[in-house]
Design a protein around this ligand. Structure first.
Ligand code: NDP
Ligand code: TDO
Length: 283
């Protein structure tokens, strides 16, 4: 089975490369932003035409939540128009799509875990651009999986986990971490494995799914667990605080319900604590 992976040098793309060793039956073709700019509709069509792919895993995205507030055009160009280009090419060449979306499509006002049918209402530009991308895919393609995930981290790229570990090495490190938002940290390796499993098992229950690790945490809880596992809790002064200023608003609750993905796609989902410890034990 031939699979095109876009945004392959990003965090999730690198996790897919790592997890691919578990799926030797798949022939994965990796395209970085330089090799395939998904905002270029002609280039996208060309790549799909030449490759004769069975599946596409779209890892390409504009993910800077803070900068998106002042770079709305760029954010929509990649996350909405880019996703549309991919969906149209998938439809034209009979390619099935796995697209990744975000918990930030919700406003965070719900008091329990979000299910797939819940009302979307993004409160920042990044979330709005990702939602538009979801809509374009649904309008242009039937055979798609949209996996909404949350708080991705891994050993690769720019993420909260790597930021915390980097800061812990600074002298006299004082960290004020917010307890205002509740969600679920998700090991990007688990998401990469799930995406490859969907492809490998040729799942056909297309649609929108929530996929994050199990459980819930605040960013403060997440930071504390990172430092505990790394044996660095005594090296930093960790303060639970809501004084950390951001440009973009974040949803106060973005915990995702995994009932649908567990029952319809039969995917195993580890708890965030277990998956975090597993990653840190093997670094
Ligand atoms: N990170 C997170 O916490 C979360 C991420 N997601 C979603 O998961 C997916 C993967 O995210 P993640 O791997 O963390 O993000 P990254 O930012 O690490 O990777 C995104 C990749 O997309 C590439 N890219 C950007 N613009 C284009 C373009 N026009 N054409 C082709 N490639 C492009 C980037 O390349 P370059 O660096 O060269 O610009 C980068 O390699 C995204 O859809 C994201 O929205 C969902 C929830 C949480
Ligand atoms: C670095 C830092 C962040 N924070 C807060 C800011 C924010 O509310 C929260 C997370 O900060 P970050 O900027 O690292 O994370 P953020 O960019 O909001 O992460 C999001 O990325 C996009 C791509 C998604 O799709 C989301 O699921 C989510 O993972 O922690 C602190 O309180 N103290 C700190 O020292």
């Amino acid at each position: 089975m031939k699979v095109l992976v876009t945004g392959a040098n990003g965090q999730l793309g690198q996790c897919i490369k790592k997890q691919a060793s578990n799926f030797s039956e798949l022939e994965l073709h990796y395209f970085s932003s330089v090799n395939l700019n998904i905002t270029d509709a002609e280039k996208v069509t060309e790549a799909f035409k030449e490759g004769n792919y069975d599946w596409c895993i779209n890892c390409a995205a504009y993910t800077n939540v803070e900068k998106a507030e002042s770079e709305e055009k760029k954010s929509f160009s990649v996350n909405a128009e880019g996703a549309k280009n991919i969906a149209k090419a998938c439809a034209e060449f009979g390619v099935k799509l796995i697209h990744i979306s975000t918990d930030y499509v919700f406003d965070g006002e719900k008091n329990s875990a979000y299910v797939e049918e819940d009302q979307v209402n993004p409160i920042n530009v990044y979330g709005a651009s990702k939602l538009k991308g979801e809509e374009y895919i649904q309008q242009n393609l039937a055979e798609y999986f949209i996996l909404r995930t949350s708080w991705l981290y891994s050993e690769f790229g720019h993420n909260f986990f790597n930021t915390m570990l980097r800061k812990a090495n600074e002298e006299n490190c004082v960290l004020k971490i917010t307890t205002e938002q509740k969600g679920t940290p998700t090991n990007a390796n688990d998401l990469a494995f799930a995406a490859l499993q969907i492809v490998s098992e040729q799942k056909t229950a297309y649609g929108v799914y929530h996929f994050s690790n199990e459980g819930e945490a605040t960013w403060y809880d997440f930071a504390k667990a990172i430092f505990t596992n790394a044996n660095k809790l005594n090296d930093v002064e960790l303060i639970a605080s809501n004084e950390y200023k951001t440009i973009a608003k974040r949803p106060n609750n973005s915990v995702l319900s995994k009932e649908r993905v567990k029952h319809k796609l039969q995917l195993d989902i580890p708890s965030w604590e277990e998956s975090l410890a597993n990653l840190q034990n093997n670094l």
